[in-house]
Design a protein. Sequence first.
Length: 257
Amino acid sequence: MMGIDFNPCLNVHGLNLNVRSQIASPAFASQTPPDKFESQNPARFTNEAVLTKLINANPKIISILQSVNAPCKLNMKDLETLLQNHCTDVQKIALGISENLPFSLKAKVNEKAVSDAAYLHDIGKVLIPPEILNKNAKLDETETKIMHKHSELGYELLKNTNLDKTTLNLIRNHHQNAKKNGYPFVNNDFRADLNLQILTMADKYSALTEKRSYKDAFTPQEALTIIYQDVKDGKLHPFIFKALVNYANSRQQVEAA
């Protein structure tokens, strides 16, 4: 397992087993022809015209941005890059983790929700200014507050669509964990379920192994070592981690062939 001391007895709680236009008052669904979103492809929500309608349908989006003094301006260029690279990678990793779970756990995975949420989890970054997304140094406190709004913004962008509640909550909470010390804020009854922990782990592994403007890429073993600390800290379930290790091993073998 790539040199990582895996302890299956670790216990983790929470797992059982400027678009500048007037705000429109009607719900987005009522403004859209009934067949607008019949496609099951999550990419249907990622074009500029649809995103503009989604913003206009939900005043809370403007409110969130105003709370951190951020402009309401679509950053389509960076969203397209995210979707083509990081989000697609997270989707592959999440499904790879699912495939490597023990049968009893795999049967409980909502693969459609996990797949759609993996592709859409960072859609809220379309409203994060590019100078923050692409900064080649550590974000300051103000910039961090703005960046941390992306998961909530993603949820608010999509909540008036026909995406199911499971997918929406995965998008909102993909930076949360079983210790409830991630973001955004969650209530005491929040549980980081199997689907969320798969998405969270896939997102972190992908982010760590990618080169970013502010860091070099970690090797797969380095990334797994970092994530394993989250397992030891009780944030993620060891069985899901073991599935990630198995997937990472198989992925390396394919890439080396």
